[in-house]
Design a protein around this ligand. Structure first.
Ligand code: 5AD
Ligand code: SF4
Length: 469
């Protein structure tokens, strides 16, 4: 695995951390004979995984060694998610379990960061009821980790920093690509959509795009290091470029990324249907590195629910995008996020969701039961739907999707696909093709991290094929 360090291209604010990096490194060296260990646990989305890669890059610069386990660690960090209650519950429990490590080793520094602690009520609970947590920081100040650790090592008892600004991006923060032959490149941060159920705009601030030169520089570094799949990240990649002093949008950025030399596949996440333009679909058609797959969350098939969700599209305009995409790329696959049991979702509303699932034929769905998020508009909407009803609908949705996914997979039999080989086990290679579909074929271990052309022979839960070169 290679370590990739981004160069300073735009923005600022990171230089001042260099001095803290040096000071922490000196203190750690003077205190301990062996290399100190850091354990980072990440919850939530790819954006959080990417943020953790930056935090890991900083920890390495300070002289820490990364460890998967909290046992024996000198620094433990939880990067949290707030999108659903379940994600938060796991964090309360898992941070609580760290108390015993702190008792055994008082010099251990315990930190929590990310979307969940960005909400003041959660940060306050950590401050009040988790006295063994040393450092608490929000979603926009991660680049200041060296300063926070320095302050703690210098005797400051507790540090809590939750500054949330609506402009500016700190460039030049090192990152450690722990994804092997897969890499993440954030292209924008924050969200301006304010979907009524969603906490993200409140915990990540307003939309801010990175300059295209900064994005391309990171893509080049990953491509040069041999990465085979690059995921462009943002809460709403389709609105990339807003507010930048360049003639750019996501469709144009995709073409720029595509022209970076190297044999790698481009993926992106996440798209809002309201901003998915024909120009973007044209780019996807023309860019040979772009996968033939679009993750386009529709959340609900009911226009009245979509309206209350503040999603700004309808079932019919969503279907128009799917048709426009298929017209340009006939073998395109689609995936989506769906929320079941939004406040007062009626049986007819839910039937519309099933109808949309049948009409499109998604290859996979990410399905969620609505989770009330305090501070969002939906949290105050009346809700007469019971938990049991929501559960029944959720199961019906899963069964419908299972049937549809089988159809999509059966349609692949006889086609030749290009598989990025991810894993090897007992004579079989497992990977993903350009449609984002899981493929298995008999092959050698050294294919891992490489592309292979495979002809699909049969379809079960996943596709099975034979390698042709
Ligand atoms: N309840 C359930 N699911 C949610 N999501 C976002 N907010 C909520 C919520 N309050 C889902 C959406 C989104 C995905 C990342 O998480 O489907 O697309
Ligand atoms: Fe969770 Fe959303 Fe934050 Fe990602 S951006 S970590 S999904 S709350």
């Amino acid at each position: 695995m290679k370590r990739v360090t981004a160069s300073v291209i735009s923005g600022g604010g990171f230089d001042e951390q260099q001095v803290y990096i040096k000071r922490v490194a000196e203190i750690l060296k003077s205190r301990k004979a062996e290399v100190p260990k850091a354990c980072v646990t990440t919850y939530g989305c790819q954006q959080n995984v990417s943020d953790s890669q930056h935090l890991k890059g900083l920890l390495l610069e300070m002289g820490y060694e990364l460890s998967d386990k909290p046992e024996g660690a000198d620094f433990i960090l939880f990067n949290t998610c707030a999108v659903r209650e379940h994600a938060e519950d796991r964090v309360w429990g898992n941070v609580g379990a760290m108390k015993k490590y702190k008792e055994k080793k008082p010099s251990l520094i315990l930190a929590v960061c990310g979307c969940m602690v960005q909400q003041k009520k959660n940060a306050d609970t950590f401050l009040k009821s988790y006295p063994y947590v040393d450092i608490i920081f929000g979603t926009q100040v991660g680049h200041r980790l060296p300063e926070f650790i320095y302050r703690r090592l210098s005797g400051e008892r507790r540090i809590c920093e939750l500054t949330l600004k609506n402009d500016g991006i700190t460039e030049g923060v090192p990152f450690y690509n722990d994804g092997g032959f897969k890499g993440f490149v954030p292209i924008m941060y924050g969200c301006d959509n304010f979907c009524s159920y969603c906490i993200v705009p409140y915990v990540r601030g307003r939309e801010r795009s990175r300059k295209s030169a900064a994005v391309i520089s990171d893509v080049k570094k990953l491509a040069d290091s041999g990465v085979k799949e690059i995921m462009l990240l943002g809460q709403n990649v389709n609105s990339y470029g807003k507010g930048l002093d360049e003639d750019i949008n996501f469709a144009k950025l995709l073409r720029m990324v595509n022209s970076v030399p190297g044999d790698f596949r481009i993926r992106f996440m996440t798209s809002n249907p309201k901003d998915c333009t024909d120009e973007l679909l044209d780019s996807m058609r023309d860019c040979e590195k772009a996968e033939h797959h679009l993750h386009l969350p529709f959340q609900s098939g009911s226009d009245s629910v979509l309206k209350r969700m503040n999603r700004k599209y309808t079932m019919s305009s969503y279907l128009d995008i799917i048709a426009a995409a298929r017209e340009r790329i006939p073998d395109m696959t689609f995936t989506s996020d769906i929320i079941v049991g939004f406040p007062d979702e009626s049986e007819e509303d839910f039937e519309k969701t099933l109808e949309l699932v049948r009409k499109v034929g998604f290859s996979a769905l990410f399905t969620f039961i609505y989770s009330k998020r305090e501070g969002t508009p939906a949290a105050t909407m009346p809700d007469a739907v019971t938990r049991e009803q929501k559960g029944v609908r959720f199961d019906r949705l899963l069964r419908t999707q299972e049937e549809m996914a089988k159809k999509v997979l059966r349609g692949m039999v006889g086609r030749t696909v290009r598989v990025l080989c991810e894993e090897y086990s007992n004579g079989f290679v497992f990977g993903k093709d350009e449609h984002g579909l899981n493929v298995k074929f008999s092959g050698k271990e050294d294919l891992t991290g490489n592309f292979a052309d495979v002809i699909i022979k049969s379809a079960g839960d996943i596709l099975t094929g034979e390698m042709i070169k």
